[in-house]
Design a protein around this ligand. Structure first.
Ligand code: AMP
Ligand code: ZN
Length: 132
């Protein structure tokens, strides 16, 4: 028996995942951009003047879980990051795209996402905690 479209879609989401709930409209977000592959919204706890998240619609847990089949999606998400940066006016002065992978990087949501940070001078990239 073949899967229904609904069942097939559910394979691409995780019931208890925060970002799955946001991209499926079950939790609110301040949406800045949306297309068939990904969505951009403001981070609820910004660590820079501008802090946006680019989140794929499909549930991919980590960067290390991404496979060849995600290459197009991830390239697309980078371009959406650049597009959103332009849209919100931080492109000319510069910004940073970042992915936290795992515990040491501080990943807390296990649904792949790209942080877009900007709107002012940023800290040094990758400074070990407690070294400053
Ligand atoms: P990470 O540490 O890379 O897993 O980043 C997860 C990010 O998600 C953090 O910067 C959180 O502030 C952010 N976050 C958590 N809950 C929400 C939410 N409901 N809406 C927007 N951003 C959120
Ligand atoms: Zn998810």
């Amino acid at each position: 028996m073949s899967w229904s479209a609904e069942e097939e879609r559910n394979q691409l989401r995780e019931q208890d995942c925060l970002f799955c709930k946001i991209v499926h409209g079950e939790m609110p977000s301040t949406e800045l951009y949306s297309d068939e592959q990904c969505m951009a919204f403001n981070d609820i706890n910004p660590v820079a003047n501008v802090h946006v998240l680019i989140v794929p619609r499909d549930h991919v847990t980590h960067l290390t879980a991404a496979t060849e089949q995600h290459e197009q999606l991830m390239g697309h998400m980078l371009r959406v990051g650049a597009r959103v940066a332009k849209q919100i006016g931080i492109s000319d002065n510069g910004y940073r795209l970042a992915i936290n992978q795992g515990v040491d990087a501080g990943q807390i949501v296990d649904h792949l996402h790209i942080h877009v940070l900007g709107g002012g001078q940023l800290d040094n990239l990758g400074t070990p905690r407690g070294s400053m």
